[in-house]
Design a protein. Structure first.
Lengths: 347, 348, 276
């Protein structure tokens, strides 16, 4: 053959090599919730989720096939009864990662060969982060959500991880739209009509500080966190624990309980152990409410707008009378995940 | 001209026995109680408070808001009474244990009592929601003491050293079991466990007082009636036997009654540290080691000490501080001061 | 002979070494009796057996006609007071408080010492000449003063028998003599039978009505090896002699007990023992 032919063949060969390169994933530098910079694929195609709320957000924006494994504990398994097995038909098979208390099983992680691990951590020195970095050399995305803004930001980050940033923007807009269902009403409420609300975590006298996400939720729901009236030292804690006498002093109009397995509002109102609270406005007027379903009305997940509506309806029942809760819940789940609730039928 | 040692002896004679300072210390609970009742986050005018209390005792009507009555009789009063009970039982148990062990570094928790209680509470909080924390803590604290005692007893005798070592082993075992529970539970349950262990009077109620009082009273009464025998035990087992006191019998009696009192305290208030160690030690430095005065003083001073400390815990900051944390922070410098101003810390 | 203390065939082994072998004694009531012998001869052990603090492997002890092994602790404490050799206290009790603990056998179940008990304690301290120590912390007085306090404590029990283990051990030359004189005086005044162990033969000579001379049982004679071999000519008798001092203290007996040669000198009608 002529030398020019060889030259053309060489060029063609080089061009052929370039083709697969163009289909390669981009890697992206992204900041996790703790401010750590990590390099991940966008999309990451073998993601392990050991944090339920991040998973829920991911399922709203990303391709479920990119999720390769989930942690094996009762909280994750509870999601089996939710819309997520419909969104991801292989959900149950992916429950593979061993966990003891807070410690992830490294071997089970290694077995699934992930390219990204998403977990909950409150500091960069978290033992799980350190262990995974040392042994698996896989990027770790730490989730640390404490405010409602963090919930929105999570939608964005899941958009990047899944490569579906357009869908992420769409989801955020849907969420904001549903939030407005509540805030359109509550923004009109006068200061004097806003009830003082004591948020009751499961440790009863533990509540939400003024800088917490719950505090903002209460504001948007048309109430006022009574901790705003408390001593300064208590206000600034994330989860301040007060005592009976302080609660009596704060005299909330409403006591709002996070889902509590051992106690119901009736126990707070009439229970023998809570005799000391009987003079509080909230107890006298029987305005003690509880989040009935912590999975459906979780404020720090994509279902935050539903949680907001739940609280607002209890605080201002008269203003939300014509809201059909069941319909709203169903429509929301369809809009976000494409599944009806509670029928679990794909939309 | 009396020598230095003679002067010290005379000084001690002034204080031991029925001196003015002794009676003052005996009546401290009254002072502590009547100042503490006025303290709390909910502000009530002192005059009105006195009026309200008088009205309950003397039986006349008043027109204060209901909440005043609730705060005083449902919140503050039970908490003060419980605090006095817990402070008294921890202190007197500490005094009794120090006497039996002839050692000033002994606390009521030396025989595994606190480790057992912590394990019981954690077990109930984490896995047995139907079982009351109080009963679980009480049961396991006494179980730990019993295990320690039987481990240390051979041939009808229970040497002090064996008791201490067995206590170390039993505590270690329960601490490990506790660690297993802590690893295996969710963060929320873990938080509750940790808070309980730190020791707090925040959950005080009349029902807790009724349930804890009988065994507290039994344990303290026994120790009070037999307190002089601790003097006899102090010289040694053989010396005690030669004057007709059976040391094994009295060791059991004091261990059981001190454990009953301390366990009932721990069951309702968690593990409040340093009170059982420091209060008797401080009193011994001031009043001498005679248990005839030391035991009653431990009861009264311990009661007063704890409710004064609890005043800070419940009303010092906007949030509830576990009182066990404060007893350590307050008790330690107090102890250090007395240690420096008394020769050899009272032990020579 | 009025038997105060009778022992019949007392034997005791410790760590499979025979300490006391077949000790049979009759000590006269009201006498001052000294148990004498070298270190390890078992005199402290014998004293504790008489007091009921130790149980012999075999044999019986009768004090004032009562079988010690059958006596209740309180009854024994009313009968016999024991003064140990070493005293320690972890607590700075006053001397009076220490002496007061001697009243234990006279105080009923749920009671505390009363004015009468306090009076008896003070009297006991007077008897030993330690009243000036009443308010002093026990841990701050000298070894000899502590010894006096412990003697007073035993006397507060109002015993008929007083057992003292090496009462001269912490005392200087002069005070050794004083204490022994005091013990003799108390024995006579209070009509108390005294059984004490002493290490100085001359003191024993000076102050005893009766003397029991003991020797140490050596390994060679009665260790495990001999028993194993079934040798029955093991001499397990460690009472060399018992009786009046003049009869017991002979150079032959002293040699058997201590293994040294001595000679006796008569000075102003008293016998003094001189090692050669």
């Amino acid at each position: 053959m002529k030398s020019s032919t060889y030259f053309l063949l060489a060029v063609a060969f080089c061009l052929l090599l370039a083709v697969p390169a163009s289909y390669a994933n981009e890697t992206v530098l992204i900041e996790d919730d703790l401010g750590r910079s990590i390099n991940i694929g966008s999309p990451s195609e073998r993601v392990v989720f050991t944090m339920e709320n991040a998973l829920k957000t991911y399922y709203a924006v990303g391709d479920p096939d990119n999720v390769v494994a989930l942690k094996d504990d009762k909280w994750m398994r509870r999601l089996m009864e939710d819309v997520f097995p419909v969104v991801d038909p292989n959900f149950e098979d992916k429950i593979l990662i061993n966990i003891t208390g807070d410690q992830l099983g490294l071997e089970s992680l290694a077995k699934v060969d992930p390219d990204l691990v998403v977990l909950w951590a409150s500091s960069p020195d978290d033992p799980n982060i350190l262990a995974i970095n040392d042994t698996l050399k896989v990027p770790v995305f730490a989730i640390y959500v404490t405010s409602l803004d963090d919930v929105y930001r999570q939608v964005d980050t899941m958009g990047i991880i899944s490569g579906n940033t357009d869908r992420a923007s769409e989801v955020k807009e849907i969420m904001e739209g549903y939030v407005e269902l509540t805030t359109n009403v509550t923004d009109q409420i006068q200061e004097s009509d806003r009830p003082g609300v004591f948020w009751m975590w499961t440790d009863i006298y533990g509540t939400a500080g003024v800088d917490s996400g719950i505090n903002d939720l209460i504001d948007m729901a048309g109430g006022n966190n009574v901790m705003k009236l408390a001593e300064e030292e208590a206000q600034n804690l994330e989860h301040p624990v007060i005592n009976q006498e302080t609660l009596i002093k704060l005299n909330p109009d409403v006591i709002y309980m996070w889902y509590n397995e051992d106690l119901d509002p009736e126990d707070i109102i009439n229970g023998e152990d809570f005799q000391g609270l009987r003079d509080i406005n909230a107890v006298k007027n029987r305005r003690v409410y509880e989040i009935s379903n912590p999975y459906l009305f979780d404020a720090f997940s994509p279902r935050m707008p539903l949680a907001l509506l739940h609280v607002a309806r209890d605080l201002h029942h008269d203003k939300f009378q014509d809201v059909d809760m069941n319909q709203t819940i169903d429509q929301y789940n369809v809009d976000i995940w494409g599944v009806h609730y509670p029928s679990m039928v794909k939309a | 001209m009396p020598s230095q040692t003679e002067k010290m002896g005379m000084a001690r004679e002034r204080i031991t026995g029925r001196s003015l300072l002794y009676y003052l210390f005996l009546s401290l609970p009254l002072f502590a109680f009547f100042s503490s009742i006025f303290i709390g986050p909910f502000h009530i005018n002192p005059v009105q408070l006195v009026d309200l209390m008088a009205s309950k005792i003397l039986g006349y009507a008043t027109d204060y808001p209901d909440v005043y009555s609730t705060v005083i009789f449902q919140v503050r009063l039970p908490r003060l009474l419980l605090g006095m009970m817990v402070g008294a039982s921890l202190s007197v148990s500490g005094a009794a244990f120090q006497g039996i062990f002839r050692n000033p570094l002994v606390s009521p928790y030396i025989l595994g009592l606190s480790s057992g209680a912590a394990f019981g509470a954690a077990l109930s909080l984490a896995f047995l929601p139907g079982v009351s924390i109080q009963y679980a803590a009480f049961f396991f604290s006494l179980l730990a003491v019993a295990l320690t005692y039987f481990m240390a007893t051979t041939n009808r005798s229970t040497p002090i050293v064996s008791l201490v070592l067995a206590g170390v082993i039993v505590s270690a075992v329960f601490d490990s079991l506790l660690a297993i529970i802590q690893i295996a539970v969710s963060e929320r349950a873990l938080q509750s466990i940790v808070f309980w262990i730190m020791g707090s009077l925040g959950t005080a109620s009349w029902s807790k007082i009724y349930s804890a009082f009988p065994l507290f009273a039994l344990g303290c009464t026994v120790m009070l009636l037999l307190r002089w025998r601790l003097n006899v035990l102090a010289l040694g087992d053989e010396e005690a036997r030669s004057v007709g006191l059976n040391p094994e019998k009295y060791k059991i009696i004091f261990i059981v009654s001190a454990s009953l009192a301390a366990s009932s305290a721990v069951a309702v208030a968690g593990i409040i540290g340093l009170v059982g160690l420091v209060v008797p030690h401080m009193l011994r430095m001031i009043f001498g080691p005679d248990h005839r005065t030391l035991i009653p003083l431990s009861l009264t001073f311990g009661a007063s000490f704890l409710i004064v400390v609890d005043d800070f815990a419940r009303a010092g900051l906007g949030f509830e501080v576990p009182v066990g944390v404060i007893t350590t922070l307050v008790g330690a410098p107090l102890f250090a001061y007395l240690l420096r101003t008394t020769r050899s810390g009272g032990w020579e | 002979m009025n038997p105060g203390v009778i022992t019949e065939g007392i034997s005791l082994s410790y760590n499979s070494r025979l300490v006391l072998g077949d000790v049979s004694l009759q000590l006269r009531k009201g006498a001052i009796v000294t148990l004498l012998g070298p270190n390890g001869c078992g005199k402290t052990t014998l004293l504790k057996i008489i007091n009921g603090l130790l149980r012999p492997d075999s044999g019986k002890v009768y004090v004032d006609g009562y079988d010690v092994s059958r006596m209740g602790q309180t009854d024994m404490a009313r009968l016999m007071g024991h003064v140990p050799q070493t005293q320690r206290s972890s607590f700075p009790f006053t001397a009076l408080d220490i002496v007061l603990t001697g009243r234990m056998p006279h105080i009923s179940a749920l009671s505390q010492p009363g004015p009468r008990d306090l009076e008896k304690a003070r009297q006991a301290m007077d008897m030993v000449g330690a009243s000036h120590l009443s308010s002093r912390p026990y841990t701050q007085i000298s070894g000899g003063e502590r010894q006096l306090v412990m003697i007073a404590r035993a006397l507060a029990q109002e015993p008929s028998f007083l057992l003292l283990d090496e009462p001269t051990s912490y005392l200087d030359f002069k005070n050794q003599h004083q204490v022994l004189k005091m013990i003799s005086r108390i024995a006579r005044d209070q009509k108390v039978t005294v059984v004490m162990t002493l290490h100085d033969p001359n003191h024993a000579l000076m102050f005893s009505d009766e003397l029991v001379l003991l020797r140490k049982l050596t390994e060679k004679e009665c260790g495990d090896e001999q028993k194993f071999k079934g040798e029955s000519n093991c001499n397990h008798q460690n009472v060399v002699a018992a009786g009046r001092p003049a009869e017991v203290m002979t150079p032959e007996n002293i040699f058997e007990a201590y293994g040294i040669e001595v000679e006796f000198i008569n000075v102003r009608k008293s016998l003094i023992l001189l090692p050669l």
